[in-house]
Design a protein around this ligand. Structure first.
Ligand SMILES: [Fe+2]
Length: 117
């Protein structure tokens, strides 16, 4: 779990903008939810195997809450991923327009080469 949380922190340090950052954070949150689903699923099964019906019932409730949260994040991701994709395409298009409008200097050519390498 610590590793999953560290991955989320690393994403926040990437400096993504707008919907791209939102999409990245949703993916990080879903990794946490999937970890929780796996953990609660296992202990729920073990509680059933041990005949601990009250415990199993509580764990099943928690497991279902985790699954609901994951489903809500998936719904959010559908919209936000589309926005992030549009934003990223828009930035690419702007970059192409800028390249066409600005005369290339020797310095700029050097940057283009390294960006495409
Ligand atoms: Fe959760």
């Amino acid at each position: 779990m610590i590793g999953i949380l560290q991955e989320g922190e690393e994403l926040m340090d990437k400096g993504y903008d707008g919907s791209v950052m939102d999409a990245a954070l949703i993916s990080a949150a879903q990794r946490v939810e999937h970890y929780e689903i796996a953990a609660y699923g296992c202990v729920h099964t073990w509680a059933q195997e041990l005949g601990e019906e009250n415990v199993a019932e509580l764990l099943e409730r928690t497991l279902n809450e985790e699954k609901e949260t994951d489903a809500k994040l998936s719904e959010l991701a559908e919209q936000i991923n589309a926005s992030a994709n549009s934003e990223a395409e828009g930035e690419l298009d702007e970059g192409e327009e800028e390249e066409q409008e600005e005369p290339e200097t020797t310095e700029r050519k050097g940057k283009s080469r390294s960006a495409n390498a």
